[in-house]
Design a protein around this ligand. Structure first.
Ligand code: CTP
Ligand code: CA
Length: 223
């Protein structure tokens, strides 16, 4: 990154997205947002300016150096990130973005009729992928990979496809990790293919490990 004033700033996506079916119904997932918020806290403690673009969660965080933007859908999340991405040194894609959204959003509540209902879904924007395409030299991006099988292979594929510098591998086979828990167990893999597996820790501690790894990677790139 060329502009010195942009150093020590981070954009973080967090939480689930909510994809409307009609005015009273939606598709979502179990993400609590705890991991993304813990990462935001860790960067704030390191003196970073943080923009947190968050799907619907029950968490809240306030800090003079924090801007939180509340969104619902993947499209809203992407639009909220767009003005900030080019200005930040680091981006962390921690949101559990819904991969698909209803092809059509009904403007009125759908009435019950018949014994079966099919919903047509279409692919959502892949936020990490889109920003990976426009990432500038010196910008560092971090993504997550939640996997149940062929974990490392799938995580490396995401690192490559989305042009990430670092991927945080979450294995759902680990007890006490992922959705809703206060703890998580991750493997951090960076572009140099150096992997480091951390023990089961509180999400707050994992947030610090992720922030430390991203900052040290970013500093390493600048020297
Ligand atoms: N991601 C994103 N936008 C999407 C989907 C995913 O920004 N529409 C980001 C996530 O925040 C995460 C990374 O991409 O950092 C990987 O998400 P994941 O769901 O594991 O991977 P997908 O590419 O969606 O593939 P799949 O769900 O099939 O494993
Ligand atoms: Ca996905």
């Amino acid at each position: 990154m060329s502009k010195e004033k942009d150093r020590r700033s981070v954009l973080i996506t967090a939480g689930p997205t909510r994809e409307a079916i009609d005015p009273v119904r939606y598709i979502t997932n179990h993400s609590s947002g705890k991991m993304g918020y813990a990462i935001a806290e860790a960067f704030l403690e390191k003196g970073f300016t943080v923009v947190l673009v968050s799907g619907p969660v029950t968490l809240s965080l306030t800090h003079p150096e924090l801007t939180t933007i509340a969104v619902h859908s993947a499209d809203e999340m992407y639009d909220a990130c767009r003005p900030y991405f080019p200005t930040v040194q680091i981006a962390v894609f921690a949101a559990a973005v819904a991969d698909y959204k209803p092809a059509e959003v009904h403007t009125e509540k759908m009435k019950k009729s018949g014994n079966e209902l099919s919903l047509q879904l279409v692919k959502n924007v892949d936020i990490a992928f889109e920003f990976g395409r426009v990432k500038q030299a010196g910008q560092v991006s971090v993504g997550f990979a939640l996997e149940t099988n062929d974990e490392e292979q799938n995580a490396l594929k995401k690192l490559d496809t989305k042009n990430l510098d670092m991927v945080i591998l979450n294995s759902v086979q680990d007890q006490g990790a992922t959705f809703g828990y206060d703890t998580n167990k991750v493997t951090i893999i960076n572009r140099d293919l150096l992997g480091r597996t951390f023990p089961l820790k509180s999400k707050k501690e994992v947030g610090k490990d992720i922030a430390d790894a991203a900052i040290s990677y970013a500093n390493h790139q600048h020297t």
